[in-house]
Every structure is written in structure tokens, then in C-alpha cells.
Design a protein around this ligand. Structure first.
Ligand SMILES: [Ca+2]
Ligand SMILES: [Ca+2]
Length: 476
């Protein structure tokens, strides 16, 4: 063999070796970065829910992925929404409707395979920090690596509003930014993402803000001056066309009454504090995105960002969540998949329940036939694809809202109804349910309500002992 021929063969084998290594890397399943945000409504820049929302990082993720502009939670309160996302089941299937019980204590759910467990069983390293399920608890067997497990409140926190109790408080906090829980959780997640790993990762991080207390660092708080903040729109007499049942079904037990915010002069400061928390959380999202971009996993990681449900700050003269109206059900929801992302927003109704089957499809995991949701991959490929399914939200047994591209139809367990035309009435001020001309529309929308409504599940955990103690006195 001549020297040149030998050199050629050595070179060829070197090239083949490189191609082989590249091939192996390309075949490695994509990583997943799941970013959950707590109680964030549509007050983010890319959804336009509030003119003073400043979320450049969530907005840049929206541009490189698919932003679902009509996405809704399956339950407008933490525990059932997160249960629905992670177990892939509607509340009407699981029977988990409220903040009790924890799903992993429910005998009927014991053999259900959660999203994290399905990834763990199929070659993934599963990691988590912050609030993925409700509270700090986790189902046994979901995660291989578990980061900080904090609560909503830190010992450094200083109470701001003297009238309020429990988690309800808002305003700036002066301690070091690195001590804020969401900052610390992001730092932990960043460290995990930087590591070179044999297995692909499924990393779930849950930010606590803007959940109450609305505490953000003084620096962030001062960037949104109170005098520049717009209050959300409230129509006088808006509640007059609501069915009576909403006064029992759609009342968050721990939230102060709207009258208190108005009469105490604290409404604007509460809105400012919430927006500051949104901005602060967005900055933590930005840190994650930057770290991922600089990591070895930049080109092979799917990012899913969502909030567990929305939040009222005075609209309909009410506060917090636990209602079947738009501001409580609509959430930011973005999926950025390196091979699919288009940057075109999707207006089709999307359910958070779809995350589990979507990730199964994107990551090539074994399909499951025991999930309630549908994969959103067709909409990731073509955000304008035909999509007939509405988004369904359930609050308590047999109270449901169906949201299509245009309408919201709510029906409560005792039969009372609400119907809104969001195209003409984006604030849901005019309840059209009693109009005869809409009876056919209501009949068609009602077909989407679940046929079976499971009895409330029995299990352990999550019951607040004295919710009434947290409500400040009001004039009523
Ligand atoms: Ca929540
Ligand atoms: Ca009304």
C-alpha cells in the first residue's frame, strides 16, 4: 500500500468516525425544559392582557416557538390544574377538583403514569425544583433529582399591608435578590442544564410568583411606578346578569373582597405589585433561556412554558382565581421545539392537558391511550390547521366552561348558564345565555361537556384549616 493510499484510508476512517459520532448525537432524544408559572394570567406582553405588562423574555420565547393565544387551564386553581397537566387527566376523570387531595394519595390514581414518570421510564433523567405540583409535595417516583422544595413565603419576607393576613400581602421586599426563591430555583436549574449528560433530561421548574404574596425585589417594583399603572376595566352592574350560583361556586375563600381594595386605596398598589412579580418572574425565565442557549443542549431542547391558571385583580368586582371566566382560565402557553417552531401564534383553543401527549409525540416516547388530552403537534406544524376541539375548564364537580375561538359557554351543576361572544365582548360583560336565538349554539357547545363527572376524590392533603381567618373585614 502506498503512503498516499494509507493516508487516504486513515483520513476516510477518521471522517466516518466523526459522522458516526454526529449521527449518535442527532439521534439522541430531545431534552425537555418545562417552565410552570403560578397564577399568571394573560398579563404578558405577547398576549396583550395589560398595557403595563413587561415580559421581554417570555415574548422572545413566544417569537421562536408557537404561542397559543387562546389557551386555557383545565381547572382554575392550583392543585387540580397541575394534577390535570402532570397526569394528563381532566378533573372530571380524576375527581381532583380542588386543592385537596394530593393526587398521589388518591387510590384510583395510584397506578396512573404521570408525565415525569413516563419520561423516567423511557430513558430520561427527570429533575425538578420549585412548584410543579401544588405546594412542595411530589408524587413518589416522578423525579430522579429533586432541587429546593420551598414554600410560598420566605423568612426574609417583611409584611407590607397590615390589614391582610396569611399569604395575602403585596409590595416590595428589600433583601438580596439571590435569596428570592424563584431566583434560587432558576440558579439550581441552570446548574443542571449546564451539565453534560448521558441521558436526555426532563427538567421541570415551577416559579412561585406572581402567586400571593405579590413580593418582588425593590429594584423591579420601582421600575413600574404606581402612577403609571392602569387599573383593569370594571363595568358597573356587570354582575347583575350572572346566575346566583356564582356567589357560591366562584368565590375564592381566602381572597379579600373587591370593596376592601377600593375602600383602602390599595387597588392600584396591588396591581403594581402583581405586575412587578410578573416582570420579576420573566427575568428568571430570561436567565433560564440565556443559560440554555449557552449550554451543550441549546439545539436539542424543547421548551414548554405555561401558567397553571389565570387571576382576577378587580374585574367583575372580584379577585384571584376559582371562576370559569376568561381572566381565570386563560393562560400564557408556549411550546418551542427546535425542529418545528414557526414563530406564528396559534389562535385555536388549546388545553394545558395537551402538554403530556404533545411531548410524548415530540420526544418519540411510547404512546399512551389512558390520557384525556390531544397532542398539539398538528398545530405546532401548522398553527392554522383545522382544529374543532374547544378548550374545557372545570371548577368543582359538574361546573364547566367550553371555550371556542369565539364563544364561552358555562354551565353549572344546577343548570344555570352563561354565554359570551368574545369577539364582540372581550370582557365578558354581557351574558347572552337567556337569548332564544342562541339555543342551537348552546346545544352544540354542550356536546363538549364531559359525559361522566367523577365524584370528588378521596385522599390526603391540602385542606386549609381556617380560610376565613385570612379574609380582612369589609364594609359588607
Ligand atoms: Ca396557581
Ligand atoms: Ca354582565
Amino acid at each position: 500500500m502506498t503512503t498516499s493510499r494509507r493516508f487516504f484510508l486513515v483520513l476516510l476512517s477518521f471522517i466516518l468516525c466523526l459522522v458516526g459520532a454526529e449521527g449518535t448525537r442527532a439521534e439522541k432524544s430531545p431534552n425537555v425544559l418545562l417552565i410552570a408559572i403560578d397564577d399568571l394570567n394573560d398579563w404578558v406582553g405577547c398576549l396583550g392582557g395589560h398595557p403595563d405588562a413587561r415580559t421581554p423574555n417570555i415574548d422572545r420565547l413566544a417569537k421562536r416557538g408557537v404561542l397559543f393565544t387562546n389557551a386555557h387551564c383545565q381547572a382554575p386553581i392550583c392543585n387540580p390544574s397541575r394534577t390535570s397537566i402532570m397526569y394528563g387527566l381532566r378533573p372530571s376523570t380524576s375527581g381532583v377538583y380542588m386543592n385537596a387531595p394530593r393526587p398521589w394519595t388518591v387510590p384510583a390514581l395510584k397506578n396512573r403514569v404521570t408525565m415525569a414518570r413516563h419520561f423516567a421510564a423511557n430513558g430520561y433523567l427527570t429533575l425538578t425544583t420549585g412548584k410543579i405540583y401544588h405546594g412542595s409535595g411530589l408524587p413518589p417516583g416522578d423525579f430522579d433529582v429533586i432541587g429546593p422544595r420551598p414554600g410560598q413565603r420566605l423568612k426574609q419576607d417583611q409584611r407590607v399591608i397590615k390589614d391582610l393576613q396569611g399569604l395575602w400581602d403585596f409590595g416590595p421586599q428589600g433583601y438580596d435578590e439571590g435569596l428570592f426563591q424563584d431566583h434560587a430555583d432558576a440558579s439550581w436549574a441552570i446548574k443542571q442544564m449546564k451539565a453534560e449528560r448521558e441521558k436526555p433530561f426532563f427538567l421541570a421548574i415551577g416559579f412561585y410568583r406572581p402567586h400571593v404574596p405579590f413580593y418582588s425585589p425593590t429594584r423591579v417594583f420601582n421600575e413600574l411606578p404606581e402612577e403609571e399603572i392602569d387599573l383593569p376595566l370594571v363595568k358597573e352592574g356587570d354582575r347583575e346578569d350572572l346566575p346566583k350560583i356564582v356567589d357560591t361556586v366562584a368565590v375564592p375563600p381566602a381572597a379579600p373582597k373587591h370593596d376592601w381594595f377600593v375602600e383602602s386605596g390599595q387597588w392600584k398598589k396591588a396591581v403594581q405589585s402583581y405586575l412587578s412579580c410578573v416582570r420579576w418572574t420573566d427575568q428568571q425565565v430570561g436567565r433560564l433561556l440565556d443559560a440554555l442557549a449557552q449550554s451543550p443542549h441549546a439545539k436539542n431542547t424543547i421548551i414548554v412554558l405555561y401558567s397553571d391558571h389565570g387571576f382576577f385583580l378587580g374585574e367583575k368586582e372580584r379577585w384571584a382565581k376559582q371562576a370559569l371566566w376568561e381572566r381565570a382560565t386563560k393562560v400564557p402557553f408556549i411550546i418551542s421545539a427546535p425542529t418545528l417552531s414557526s414563530g406564528t401564534p396559534c389562535k385555536r383553543p388549546a388545553e394545558l392537558l395537551g402538554i403530556y401527549p404533545t411531548l410524548i409525540e415530540l420526544c418519540g416516547l411510547p404512546k399512551r391511550d389512558d390520557l384525556d388530552g390531544r397532542s398539539l403537534v398538528p398545530l405546532l406544524k401548522d398553527p392554522k390547521a383545522k382544529w374543532e376541539r374547544p378548550a374545557l375548564t372545570t371548577h368543582g364537580k359538574d361546573n364547566h366552561a367550553v371555550r371556542t375561538e369565539r364563544y364561552r359557554y358555562i354551565r353549572y351543576y344546577e343548570g344555570s348558564e352563561e354565554l359570551y361572544d368574545l369577539k364582540e365582548d372581550p370582557n365578558e360583560w354581557t351574558n347572552l345565555a337567556s337569548k332564544e336565538e342562541h339555543s342551537e349554539l348552546k346545544k352544540n357547545l354542550a356536546k363538549w361537556f364531559p359525559k361522566k363527572n367523577a365524584a370528588p376524590a378521596k385522599g390526603v392533603g391540602g385542606i386549609r384549616k381556617n380560610p376565613k381567618k385570612r379574609v380582612p373585614k369589609t364594609s359588607k
